[in-house]
Design a protein around this ligand. Structure first.
Ligand code: SF4
Length: 337
């Protein structure tokens, strides 16, 4: 079984939400309800979009430049990202994601579904201009951010790496009958030091992402050891590995201890919740599953922030039968506000 912390977090919030995101959603247009669940899975609030633009600039463009030892032109990058942002905005405003045959691959970096367009939520043009300005300011500030190495800016830290390995989603660690396969944003090597880095793009630093990072550390350590062994190199020790959360919105850095205690606690967490995930991670086909087996939550705060809220309400009101015309009518009538 593939074990995923994001699946578990969805599941613990609401079983129905888990169903929409992990059982029903499909990018194919064959079944409109599945396509709608997919579009809602992809949808972003304006704040999330702002974060994703900064993340894109970092993970897709900047890190590749640092890998090639190129000195980035931050002002040109800020302009490039603003241009991409306005293409994305137009894509979402025209609802091109609803066009038959449209896929993320076909749309490339323009693909975007904003909840203001999908759900008709209120916004004003100033909100959009503010996002362009904020993203541009953040990109210009990046060279000044601090880094996990004392006395070095983030720019110097990345420039002086021996090796950078970004966006790893192919490493896994087998634990009992579960495959732990987290997304690892970056592994940075310098001398013996191995840094496992998780980029954050949220305004708040209060959320706890430590579990995600401990699991990323376990998977990275295990795979790096295998890699070094195959090359006949000295094996890394646990104390060579450090875990960092770096918030790209404000430059704040949090270190999480990579120790026998923290990794044992993380694996214990996986073990404790394995049944919960296994129970609902069905191997059945989507049309053999019954939506009513997936309970809704009674927590209003969870529903208020849920991407699937319009679909969830529509299906309940419509006896679990999806009717696209009625769904859009419901959205238009703002009954969901
Ligand atoms: S709207 Fe509420 S009940 Fe429905 S899927 Fe979302 S969180 Fe669950």
């Amino acid at each position: 079984m593939d074990w995923s912390i994001s699946k578990l977090l969805n599941l613990r919030q609401c079983h129905r939400k888990f169903y929409f995101a992990h059982e029903l959603a499909s990018h194919h247009f064959t079944h409109p309800v599945r396509r709608k669940a997919f579009e809602l899975t992809q949808s972003k609030s304006l704040k999330m979009w702002q974060g994703s633009l900064v993340d894109f600039a970092f993970s897709e463009i900047l890190i590749a430049m640092y890998q090639n030892k190129e000195v980035p032109d931050f002002s040109a990058l800020a302009n490039e990202i603003t241009d991409i942002a306005s293409l994305q905005y137009e894509f979402s405003r025209k609802q091109l994601y609803r066009q038959k045959g449209m896929s993320k691959t076909k749309a490339g970096e323009e693909f975007l579904v904003l909840d203001i367009h999908e759900r008709g939520l209120p916004y004003c043009e100033d909100d959009i201009s503010e996002i362009y300005a904020t993203v541009s300011d953040i990109i210009m500030q990046i060279p000044e951010y601090g880094s996990p190495e004392a006395g070095k800016s983030l720019h110097e830290y990345l420039m002086t790496s021996n090796f950078l390995r970004p966006n790893i989603n192919y490493w896994h660690y087998q634990f009992e009958d579960m495959r732990i396969k987290p997304q690892i944003d970056l592994v940075r090597y310098r001398g013996k030091a191995i840094h496992v880095i998780d980029w954050k793009v949220s305004d708040s630093d209060s959320s706890d992402y430590s579990m995600q990072l401990y699991l990323a550390g376990i998977v990275a350590y295990h795979n790096i050891k295998k890699d070094f062994q195959a090359k006949g190199w000295d094996l890394p020790k646990m104390e060579d590995v450090s875990l960092f959360e770096i918030n790209l919105m404000n430059g704040n850095i949090k270190e999480h201890a990579f120790s026998r205690e923290s990794t044992a606690a993380a694996l214990d967490y996986v073990y404790r919740f394995r049944n919960e995930q296994e129970q609902l991670s069905s191997v059945q086909k989507w049309d053999e599953l019954n939506i009513e087996d997936y309970q809704t939550t009674d927590k209003k705060e969870t529903c208020a922030l849920c991407k699937f809220k319009p679909l969830c309400i529509h299906l309940i009101l419509n006896n679990f039968r999806y009717d696209e015309r009625e769904y859009y009518q419901l959205v238009q009538n703002q009954q969901l506000a």
